[in-house]
Design a binder for this molecule. Structure first.
Ligand code: BT5
Length: 273
């Protein structure tokens, strides 16, 4: 039987101009980010082109940030990576995290009519059993241009679409899936097609210098809350009020001594008191 997300099925339904024009499906792989990175490293500045998508139905070594694991039973999720070659200033690369979160939130909302929120910096959340659960994570990996290679950024997306509640993986942040949150299985092809289209729109806006920050920040559950932030670089951990984000997507946390800290990468947990 032809897989639901086969190359011909995606080509026939495609709504986007350049994201997904080149699309490869793998029934199993290690990690789609690794596979696409290999293709980029063995290609040149023009190939594979921006918008190339590699998608799989199962990852043996799916990764989160800091080499954490990303786990999903076969055929239940959207697990894919997209290549970008933004010629943006380095600081603006943070816009990719924001526009990806925004696009994923909008695409999920379209399919299930349930509000989607974001947790700084890269979690996409759905209401599930009285709390916000992580339905999707994103992993951005990149390389700045140098004498040997053109710059690129790979956006890895893992969306828990039809993982049954009792098959959700062990996780730091409460995990959920679209199925677990709504009680209904969700067809994956329309979600993928719409997501590629919406992502393309937001990327083109950013390419024209229009910032995704305001729309992104509006969806953050993190703002106005007392948080514990563990930056990947810098101080080990700080507790304070998440006051806002800056134009590059850094989280601004005010500690009890009145100092404002800007965190560009890390983990955040909400504190009750
Ligand atoms: C992420 O990292 O959330 C990024 C996940 C990116 C996955 C995609 S799938 C396609 C592409 N290819 C890859 O190899 N990766 C990308 P982070 O914020 O560090 O969260 C990782 C943590 O999430 C883990 O340590 C677990 O606690 C938890 N986790 C693992 N699998 C999960 C799942 N399916 N749903 C919710 N949480 C999960």
């Amino acid at each position: 039987m032809k897989p639901e997300l086969s190359e011909s099925a995606v080509a026939a339904a495609l709504q986007s101009q350049w994201i997904g024009r080149i699309y490869k499906y793998f029934s199993t792989t290690g990690s789609t980010n690794d596979l696409l990175k290999q293709a980029v490293r063995s290609g040149d500045a023009n190939y594979p082109p921006p918008g190339t998508v590699y998608l799989t139905d199962f990852q043996e070594r799916g990764r989160g940030r800091l080499d954490r694991r990303w786990e999903a039973p076969p055929g239940t999720s959207l697990l894919f990576s997209i290549l970008f070659r933004p010629d943006w200033p380095v600081k603006q690369q943070g816009w990719l995290t924001m526009l990806a979160g925004l696009a994923i939130a909008e695409a999920i909302e379209e399919q299930i009519s349930q509000p989607v929120r974001l947790k700084w910096p890269n979690d996409i959340l759905l209401e599930s059993g009285g709390g916000w659960g992580k339905v999707c994570g994103i992993l951005l990996e990149g390389h700045l241009p140098d004498t040997h290679q053109a710059g690129y950024t790979i956006l890895g997306i893992g969306i828990n679409v039809n993982i049954p509640a009792d098959k959700l993986p062990e996780a730091i942040t409460l995990p959920t899936s679209m199925l677990a949150a709504t009680g209904q299985p969700v067809p994956r092809l329309p979600l993928l097609i719409r997501l590629m289209r919406i992502l393309e729109f937001h990327y083109e806006q950013a390419d024209q210098g229009i910032s995704p920050q305001a729309a992104w920040a509006q969806r953050l559950v993190t703002l106005g809350k007392k948080v514990e932030a563990r930056p990947f670089a810098g101080p080990p951990s700080l507790i304070g009020l998440a006051e806002g984000t800056d134009e590059w997507g850094r989280l601004l946390v005010r500690t009890a001594d009145g100092e404002l800290h800007a965190i560009s990468a890390g983990d955040v947990t909400l504190r009750e008191s």
